[in-house]
Each structure stands twice: as C-alpha cells, then as structure tokens.
Design a protein around this ligand. Structure first.
Ligand code: FES
Length: 159
C-alpha cells in the first residue's frame, strides 16, 4: 500500500548531502543509478525522502567493504521507493549482504591457502604451482610447454 510523501518527508539534494556526509555529486550519481528514491517538486527540483539517508549510509558501508554499486542495486531492487523500508526488508538485505561477505571470505581463504606455499617459493612449476597452472589445466592439453608451442609454431609460420 503506497502512501503519499508529505513535503516534511522530502529533502533537497544539498540537505541530503550534508546529512549523509557525501558530496552533492555523489548523491546525484547514486540517484542516476536508481539507488535512491526521489521525486520532482512542482518547480522541477529533485527531492529525496528522508529514508534515502539510510540507503546512502548502506551504500557507503557496502562500497567500503568492496561491494560494487551494481551489487548494491541488486540488494535494493525490492525496496519500496514510496515509503521507508520495513525492518523485515532491511533484515533481508542484511542477510544477503552477510551471505555475499561470507562467499568473499571463502574465496580469500582459498586463495590464502593456495598461495601461501607460493609466496617465497618462486619456482613457478607447471606441475605443482597453483599460480602458473591451477588444477593442472595445461596438463589436460597434453605434454610439453603448452604455452610456448603455439607461439613458437606461429613464429615459424606453422599454424
Ligand atoms: S611458485 Fe613454487 S609452487 Fe608456486
């Protein structure tokens, strides 16, 4: 059920920027990406509902922790523009955000596990180095220097 925003609920862009601590250009950019709810005044000024401040805070924290604005847009996709999101809506977003961070943590842990042996090793072995040949992908193509042979053949005109 939509409800009408009163003028008391609406803030001009300069006030949104001051209250949220980001430049006006940033508010404008977020708005251009559809991350913020906004309406036009009768004089064609862009106005933002107060609950846009919470979205900006969420965006700032998300970006600081490495989420892209596209990922934030996905999280915001189901939020209503015409009223403040419910506690349940923010809880869902928060849970999705936590899932994404857990996924990233898993990737970083795997990278750390795989690379720890390589840091300080430097052998770049085709047989065992995950940096050079993760999961022995080159071995699936056959024996020999798989990266060198095509280049050498091309140089000799034997494609
Ligand atoms: S550099 Fe030696 S195993 Fe990766």
């Amino acid at each position: 059920m939509a409800h009408e925003l009163s003028t008391d609920d609406l803030l001009p862009i300069g006030r949104v920027a001051r209250r949220s601590g980001v430049p006006v250009s940033t508010v404008r950019y977020y708005d251009s990406l559809g991350l913020l709810p906004s309406v036009r005044s009768p004089g064609n000024t862009r106005l933002f509902p107060r609950h846009a401040l919470r979205r900006i805070a969420f965006i700032q924290v998300s970006v600081r922790y490495g989420l892209s604005l596209a990922a934030v847009a996905e999280l915001f996709a189901d939020l209503p523009d015409d009223r403040p999101p419910s506690r349940e809506a923010w809880r869902r977003i928060s849970a999705a955000w936590a899932d994404e961070l857990a996924r990233r943590q898993e990737v970083l842990t795997r990278m750390q596990d795989e690379l720890t042996g390589c840091l300080g090793c430097g052998c770049l072995s085709q047989d065992r180095c995950v940096v050079v040949n993760s999961q022995d992908k080159l071995g699936e193509d056959g024996a020999g220097p798989r990266r060198v042979l095509p280049a050498a053949a091309a140089a000799l005109g034997r494609n």
